[in-house]
Design a protein around this ligand. Sequence first.
Ligand code: SAM
Ligand code: SF4
Ligand code: F3S
Length: 445
Amino acid sequence: MMQNRRDTSGTRFFIETYGCQMNKYDSELISRILIDHGYTQASNADEADILIINTCSVREHAEQRVLGRIGVMAAWKRLNEKRRLIITGCMAQRLGETLIAIPHVDGVAGPDQYRLLPGLVNSKLTLTQARMLRQTHTEDYSDIKPNRETGISGWVAISRGCNNFCSYCIVPYVRGRERSRPFNGILDEVRNMANSGFQEVTLLGQNVNTYRDGATDFPRLLTEIAEKTNIKRIRFMTSHPRDLSLELLEVMGAYDSICPHIHLPVQAGSDSVLERMNRGYTRNHYLYLVEAARKRIPNAALTTDVMVGFPGETEKDFLETVNLMETVRFDDAFTYRYSSRPGTKAAEMAGQVEENEKSRRLQYLINIQRRITLQKRKSMIGSVVEVLPEISSKYSTREWMGRTPTDHVVVFPKNRLERGVPVPVRIDECRGATLRGSPVISPMA
Ligand code: SAM
Ligand code: SF4
Ligand code: F3S
């Protein structure tokens, strides 16, 4: 029997997003899928009939935060029997059956199941159905135009999933095998973004350096986007040190529109730890890449992810990480305490480090990086940098907050300058960790 599509007009949804940029991008995809099925976006959970919590599994703490949030949402659901609570993302993939067993959870969908969401919001999944929420290993959502937020800066996923199986990491298990999106679709998407006023694109993948569609590898993709679209700024993340090529560095150095910033997670400074992490490079190779990048890309900014307390990490190993941080002097670093993830190889390794010791190492590393970050930011005082004004600063509606091509955040007076139009700004001071400046009237050289 033929069925008419259910009338969803007037049903409002709201998405809360946890985790990385890829999850934020996925929330924009989910939003588009629901809008295309007649739902409308609410501005907060209180106004919504459907609440989607898009979750992260990367560390235990991330999962606990979400479980706490789901608990609180029992009261939200009780206020209206028509309300629906749906859990999406990496945690939905990892813990689907546990989550669907929570009485006020109405549906779960892992990262490859978002096309099913319009159907899911109207029916509670059975455990058998939840079990069927398997990765497809092929879904790339390449035909779906994300419902982007800012109008100035947007994300484009160039690949999904990951094949690297770093021994500590849950991502390959919850996001499935790496698949690259077709090159033409990416080019069209960036071109359309530029034509509709976007200034900046960030290409996303767990390891962008292994992107490939036929003969198009990542350096080629960047070259084509730089040459064949009008987008002003091109960023990308994440680069894996094992796969970052000299060719990529050359391409970065050759085009002004490719931002001189590389996020290059090192994870550890000790070869034995890197080996047990299954990272596929040595400390020396990493230092070689840093030198090569700095030689080829003027003013290159480097940021990293680093972890302390990996199983078997000795004090000597840890001090090698400290030494690497002091040697490279990153512009910024995301520092993490190792968190054991069930099902990963590292979770089974001997020599799990005590939580107290992990905390001590983390604090030590944070202090070192804070000092370096501050020194590097202070060295920018007096220089003139290009800033793309994005949003009002959190301190004052009379100030813009924007980013430099090196991804430094700068706050400056609005002076009737337009949002989304890059402006030269002289850096005047570094207050706390925030760079503050004044717009320069004369055009940049
Ligand atoms: N694909 C990217 C990469 O290779 O760096 C990002 C992966 S993950 C989403 C971001 C960061 O989380 C990683 O670089 C790593 O430092 C950290 N991370 C991943 N698994 C972790 C774990 N089990 N415990 C602590 N930190 C972890
Ligand atoms: Fe995780 Fe490693 Fe893949 Fe990054 S490259 S997502 S750290 S397995
Ligand atoms: Fe991202 Fe967290 Fe998933 S970091 S890929 S949302 S596990």
